[in-house]
Design a protein around this ligand. Structure first.
Ligand code: FEO
Length: 396
């Protein structure tokens, strides 16, 4: 399906492409709402500039959109990020516009040369804070590492006060609307995206957002999802997500083979609720990892439910724990509930996998075989202990 170029402001166009059918990103992240690869064209009085390209699978749409706008000559291609969903069509665009120069920072030049096999003489290197004149329009570059790779940068259009924010503030949403309209729906899509992609860089984003306070921003045009004409919506959401505040919640990823863990999980949920704690259970044989990542954004506590398989956790639990460790949520407390048949080192294995998390580990509850009354009492004590820790930390 094609999508025509659309006007953001006079002489500023969205020329990228939606991908309605894409259901997996990086062969890893589920995309229930598809995504967009946003690319923007700015026609200055003297020069024009394309900001990022698109994923190679949608390059024909970008090329059609540029044709439709009558772009016979392209001066600059601003590359905010090397990842191929934005730079993957660079070689095609350079082939059509051989005079175009790729404008980006040194790190991005290095990564783009390696990933796209583009010669060094095609690049113009800029530094943090540099400006590039298009005549009546000026671009200012804000180098912002780790939103989402080490080379990422943001581009600010000085006159129209538009922030082209790279992956930051994006959403995997293949809507037909250019501008964010249904903020309620977008909130969850953007939170899911934050959880999956941005959460590991929460501390970096805290610094970048402080820096952005010195810019007046009328429009945020990210690399995925709709354009924000009310930047406060997404900026406020990010301020909440990246803050150090946690909520009175337990995230409970679990897997059960023969029902023991399931019984423990059921009782645990009940007693957490009795203690006034919200609980977000995720049955790992059914949940999608994006949902689990979203739950990890705010929760004070993570509890993993797993049986013992041979000597360690169930592989689905290993996957969830590995993911939680990689995503570096602001979780404060971790515990485990589970079962075993004849032995093993399941809790020790999990504890050794969460080195990135700055958490206090609360003593696990592990049943031998089917849980009995003592195990259920231990689960009640665990819920009480979590409530006490939440209270002591001022979370309840
Ligand atoms: Fe949308 Fe990190 O690329």
């Amino acid at each position: 399906m094609s999508m025509a170029a659309r006007v953001i402001r006079k002489n500023i166009y969205a020329v990228g492409a939606p991908d309605w059918d894409r259901r997996l990103f990086d062969e890893l992240i589920p995309l229930p709402d598809g995504t967009t690869y946003n690319s923007y064209l700015i026609k200055g009085s003297e020069k024009n500039a394309l900001i990022d390209t698109v994923d190679p699978v949608k390059k024909n749409i970008l090329i059609e959109n540029l044709n439709q706008l009558g772009i016979a000559h392209l001066d600059y291609i601003i590359t905010n990020h090397t990842e191929q969903d934005h730079s993957g069509a660079l070689n095609d665009i350079i082939g059509i516009y051989p005079m175009a120069k790729i404008v980006t920072n040194a790190k991005c030049i290095d990564l783009t040369m390696n990933h796209l096999l583009i010669a060094k003489d095609k690049f113009i290197e800029i530094k943090d804070g540099d400006r590039l004149s298009l005549g009546d329009q000026n671009l200012e570059f804000i180098i912002a590492p780790w939103v989402h790779w080490p080379e990422t940068m943001l581009t600010y259009l000085v006159e129209d006060k538009i922030l082209f924010s790279c992956d930051l503030f994006g959403a995997h949403l293949a809507g037909s609307d250019l501008f964010a309209s249904d903020e309620r729906q977008l909130y969850f899509t953007a939170k899911r995206y934050y959880a999956e992609i941005m959460m590991p860089f929460r501390k970096n984003i805290q610094n970048h957002m402080k820096r952005l306070e010195s810019y007046r921003i009328d429009v945020i045009a990210p690399s995925h999802g709709p354009v924000h004409q009310r930047p406060a919506f997404i900026l406020d959401a990010y301020r909440d997500w990246i803050s150090d505040d946690v909520k009175n919640e337990v995230v409970l990823p679990y897997v059960s083979m023969h029902g023991s863990v399931e019984k423990m999980v059921g009782h645990f949920i009940e007693v957490l609720m009795q203690n006034g704690i919200s609980v977000k259970p995720h049955n790992l044989s059914k949940t999608d990892i994006g949902e689990l990542a979203m739950s990890l954004v705010d929760a004070a506590t993570l509890v993993i439910g797993t049986p013992t398989v041979l000597t360690g956790p169930h592989p689905l639990a290993v996957y969830a724990v590995y993911l939680a460790n990689a995503l570096r949520p602001k979780t404060r407390f971790v515990s485990i509930i589970g079962s075993y048949g004849w032995g093993g080192k399941m809790p020790e294995t999990i504890a050794a996998m969460i080195g990135n998390l700055k958490v206090e580990i609360i003593a696990p509850v592990i049943a031998r075989g089917q849980p009995r009354s003592d195990d259920f009492k231990a689960i009640e004590a665990l819920a009480g202990s979590i409530a006490a820790k939440h209270k002591a930390a001022g979370i309840i």
